[in-house]
Write a protein that binds this ligand. Structure first.
Ligand code: ADP
Ligand code: MG
Ligand code: MG
Length: 879
């Protein structure tokens, strides 16, 4: 297997399919050259194989010979030789991994220039100034990028040269001064790096290729790959390509172009170009660019040719492409293309429009609906749903966009002050160095969260994403001290207004205007197509605890509730005292009285939820958390006892809190275990639920109730709990004419329950996999403890590829889900199966849930559209 391939190499399949080997840029350069026959400057690609070999055991011995052979071919094709003192060939050296990857080495242009060939360039172009300007650029670029020299001193020398001739811009520096500058640059290289600037072109080339290889393992590149979940073993390719010069004269230029508008999705080519400019000048924003339409006036023929190429590219890739091009003395050259990045709005619009067909006559092409569905991503949907800024402001600082969406509010620096301000009706942004579980009450009321430290899996990021609260983390430029923060000389004090964009990570001073992400019409189109694919295969429900959430979820397309947590009803401020009374009860009468009070409020809650989901299944989970969560913290009461003393009530609460205190509450007396100890509790909940169902029935509604028992580990335990529920159901339904639809099932959230699902299914009508707890218990990770402290380190060091609380651990926890599904269905063929962990809204997890045969996934209401799309994609992908 060779290490190096020329752009016109005959591969067995179309080169664009060899991104693994050639990298994205190389594969597409080869595709444009050998398949599309577009005007591409000749060149070759040093493959990722070579890079991997280099990473393993240094520069492969065969590589020099192969590169020499390819250079010879390139020289022959171009009719020029590297380093030629008369008419030299120059090349660019460009990195290009499989995925476009910031953090890699920058492109080196004009390689091959040296003290001799620069003269050749001057003669062949009849332009001495151009030659020496290119040479001095090359020396500085090569020194900085390949030899790790500092860039600043080169800039200083350039400035000095400009001042010396009294010029305003670099263009005013004459050839002689540039010649001198080249000598100064070479001396500077020697001084800074201890090595002379390499004169031999082949030595320059080898240095550049090697620098690209080693840039693969730069910290910036590694950090990027960790974040984007790109494997560190891929390696990068290196493209060596003959130079063309957009900066030759006014008959030359360079630009970038998109075959459609990547921001709006409009089917109209879009682009920027500059006359007499090279490479990055267009994107660097030093000169004002011209639009593609302006090109009609400047280079009319090239404009036509370019648009024709755009059409061919689109037809060929069946998608929007972006391109880089250069015009050299009236001739157009294509330097790059790829399927282009786009905004969420544009992605939706393009996907739908491309199914309708574009192009004329025999060139007409279109994509299928399935292809369109596969092209839209969860992020695309996310970005059109979240509010966005409609105007531009002064960006104070940029951090990591941790949770998408825009938010405006007054800054507060502690959770308590944030909570107080929110009580006063203020909209607030919580600003902290980092957050911890102690800040949750402040985070909960915040419009947005901003932290100075932390990464994308920090506490703030994880919590904010879970709630759909916009957040920026790791905005290191902001320095918090007391009740203010500063960025440079700007100070923002408590109560000042800022705006944050959790998508871009931008912190903006003052109040930005926001448009509440009104999704474009294509949003519904795509989701309707997704629903058709999903029909009878994989349903999407929501986790919702109140009538309002349920109604919202239904609006977003939820087909029922997969998890209604009844404890949320218990924690409301007006309920908590009653719950405490129930726990503190010393006699049966007291307990029953408290339960009766609870029953009334629970019934009202249940009615709301069932009504909002009328005709759709609603899974109600009986009380799950450890009872101590309903009691005041022991510490707090102790302190009060020591200072101001406790009331009688408080003394009782302290005693109860102490007696219910557990070492490991999450694996203590909770879920069905609590039911075993306080059976009156579950009976009360079921009665309230049945009363609610009956009330709805009377109003000609159709409640479909699934009663779910949490944290089961054995068949016997579930059989007992089921018997209490069944007793209540039988009593309630006795003599009722219009009986509501009621089933009884359990959560599978312990490894034992998954393994013994066959037995548990004997007494269960359905399973819902609680993958949050199942993940905690399978890994032995206490989520609250590990997620902020240990997880970032594990992810950074690659000990875990993903945070298993975000994306299900496919081979561990996922395997338990598969086993539970298989064994459960072995007992009961029609056993209904679903999942209600947060994974229910994660695309990759949904793929696994579909493969193991679940009937539905359930997720937060705001993730429902994403789950609808991801479910359809899972079905198509696994078809
Ligand atoms: P990036 O991946 O950052 O886009 P590129 O390798 O595409 O980096 O190159 C950076 C710039 O250099 C681009 O503007 C590109 O057009 C220009 N460039 C690269 N190779 C050549 C070449 N052979 N001739 C002229 N310009 C080139
Ligand atoms: Mg490029
Ligand atoms: Mg649980």
């Amino acid at each position: 297997m060779p290490y190096v391939y020329s752009f016109d190499h005959k591969h067995r399949r179309p080169p664009m399919e060899y991104k693994d080997l050639l990298g994205g840029k190389g594969a597409n350069l080869a595709e444009m050259t050998s398949v599309l026959k577009l005007p591409v400057p000749g060149g070759f690609t040093v493959s990722t194989d070579a890079c991997r070999a280099y990473m393993e055991s240094g520069w492969p011995s065969e590589l020099d010979g192969e590169i020499e052979k390819q250079v010879a071919k390139l020289e022959k094709d171009m009719g020029r030789t590297l380093g030629d003192p008369k008419d030299p060939l120059l090349v660019s050296v460009r990195s290009g991994a499989k995925f476009s990857m910031p953090g890699m080495m920058d492109t080196v242009l004009n390689l091959g220039l040296n003290d001799r060939s620069v003269k050749g360039l001057a003669t062949s172009t009849d332009n001495e100034r151009f030659a020496y300007d290119s040479y001095r650029r090359f020396i500085a670029m090569y020194a900085r990028i390949v030899m790790d020299a500092e860039g600043e001193p080169f800039e200083e020398l350039l400035e000095a040269a400009r001042e010396k001739v009294g010029g305003k811009t670099d263009a005013d520096i004459p050839a002689d001064a540039l010649k001198e500058l080249c000598d100064q640059y070479k001396a500077l290289v020697k001084e800074q790096t201890g090595k002379p600037f390499p004169q031999k072109p082949m030595k320059q080339l080898r240095g550049a290729v090697e620098a690209v290889f080693s840039s693969w393992n730069r910290p910036r590149a590694i950090a990027y790959r960790n974040r984007e979940h790109i494997a560190h073993t891929l390696g990068t390719a290196v493209n060596v390509q003959a130079m063309v010069f957009g900066n030759r004269d006014n008959d030359s230029g360079t630009g970038v172009g998109f075959t459609r508008n990547a921001a709006t999705g409009e089917n109209k080519p879009y682009g920027d170009f500059l006359v007499n400019a090279q490479g990055e000048d267009v994107v660097a924003g030093i000169r004002n660019t011209q639009s593609l339409d302006d090109m009609i006036g400047v280079f009319p023929e090239i404009h036509d040719e370019l648009l024709e190429i755009f059409e061919r590219l689109e037809r060929h890739y069946q998608d929007m492409c972006d391109t880089e091009f250069t015009i050299e003395q009236g001739k157009l050259w294509m330097l790059q293309t790829r399927v282009g990045k786009r905004t969420g709005v544009a992605a939706l619009k393009m996907a739908v429009e491309m199914t309708k067909g574009t192009g004329k006559g025999k060139d007409r092409w279109k994509i299928s609906r399935d292809t369109a569905l596969m092209r839209v991503t969860a992020d695309n949907l996310d970005s059109v749903l979240h509010p966005q800024f409609t105007d531009k402001g002064t960006v104070l600082a940029t951090g990591l966009g941790a949770s998408p969406g825009a938010a405006v509010g007054k800054v507060y620096f502690t959770a308590d002050e944030a909570a107080d301000a929110a009580d006063r009706g203020e909209e607030i942004i919580l600003v902290r160095n980092e957050t911890s579980p102690e800040d949750v009450h402040g985070m909960m009321v915040a419009e947005g969260i901003l932290t100075a430290r932390g990464g994308l899996v920090s506490h703030a990021a994880v919590v904010a994403r879970g709630w759909g609260t916009p957040a920026i983390v790791g905005a290191e430029a902001i320095k918090i001290s007391g009740k203010q923060f500063s960025v440079g000389d700007v100070t923002v004090a408590e109560g000042d207004v800022i705006s944050i964009d959790g998508t871009t990570g931008e912190v903006v001073l003052g109040e930005m205007h926001m448009a509440s992400g009104e999704p474009p019409p294509e949003f519904d189109t795509i989701l309707q197509w997704a629903d058709k694919v999903r029909k009878n295969k994989l349903a999407v429900r929501a986790n919702a605890d109140s009538g309002e959430d349920a109604a919202n979820a239904r609006e977003l397309g939820a087909e029922g509730i997969g998890l209604c947590r009844t404890e949320h009803m218990f924690l409301a401020p007006d309920r908590l005292p009653v719950v405490r009374r129930m726990i503190l009860a010393t006699t049966d009468e007291e307990e029953e009285a408290a339960l009766a009070d609870l029953r009334d409020v629970q019934q009202a809650d249940f009615e709301e939820v069932l009504e909002a989901m009328d005709g759709l299944p609603v899974t109600i989970r009986l009380l799950d958390p450890p009872l101590h969560e309903f009691l005041p913290p022991v510490e707090e009461l102790k302190i009060k006892e020591a200072t101001s003393g406790l009331s009688e009530q408080e003394q009782a609460e302290l005693a109860a809190a102490e007696s219910w205190a557990e070492h490991n509450p999450m694996i203590g007396t909770r879920g069905v275990r609590l039911g075993v100890i306080k059976p009156g509790l579950y009976a009360m909940q079921v009665r309230a639920l049945l009363d609610a169902a009956a009330a709805l029935r009377k109003r000609k509604k159709n409640p479909i109730v699934e009663i779910m028992i949490p944290l089961t580990v054995t068949r016997e335990e579930l059989a007992l709990a089921r018997s209490w529920v069944q007793e209540e159901v039988d009593a309630a339904l006795k003599g009722m004419r219009n009986k509501p639809d009621i089933t009884i099932g359990t959560m599978i959230e312990t490894p034992r329950a998954a393994v013994r699902a066959d037995e548990i299914a004997e007494v269960s009508d359905f399973f819902s996999f609680g993958t949050n707890d199942l993940t905690q218990l399978t890994f032995g990770f206490s989520r609250d403890d590990v997620e902020s402290r240990m997880m970032p380190a594990y992810l950074e060091q690659g000990l875990l590829k993903r945070n298993p609380f975000d994306t299900i651990d496919q081979t561990g926890v996922g395997d338990l889900v598969r086993l539970g599904a298989e064994r459960g269905r072995a007992t009961k063929k029609k056993l209904k199966l679903g999942v209600c962990g947060e994974h229910g809204g994660d695309p990759e997890s949904i793929d696994l849930f579909y493969r193991v045969g679940l009937d539905y996934v359930s997720c937060s209401p705001f993730r429902v559209p994403i789950a609808r799309l991801s479910a359809a994609q899972a079905i198509l992908r696994n078809a």
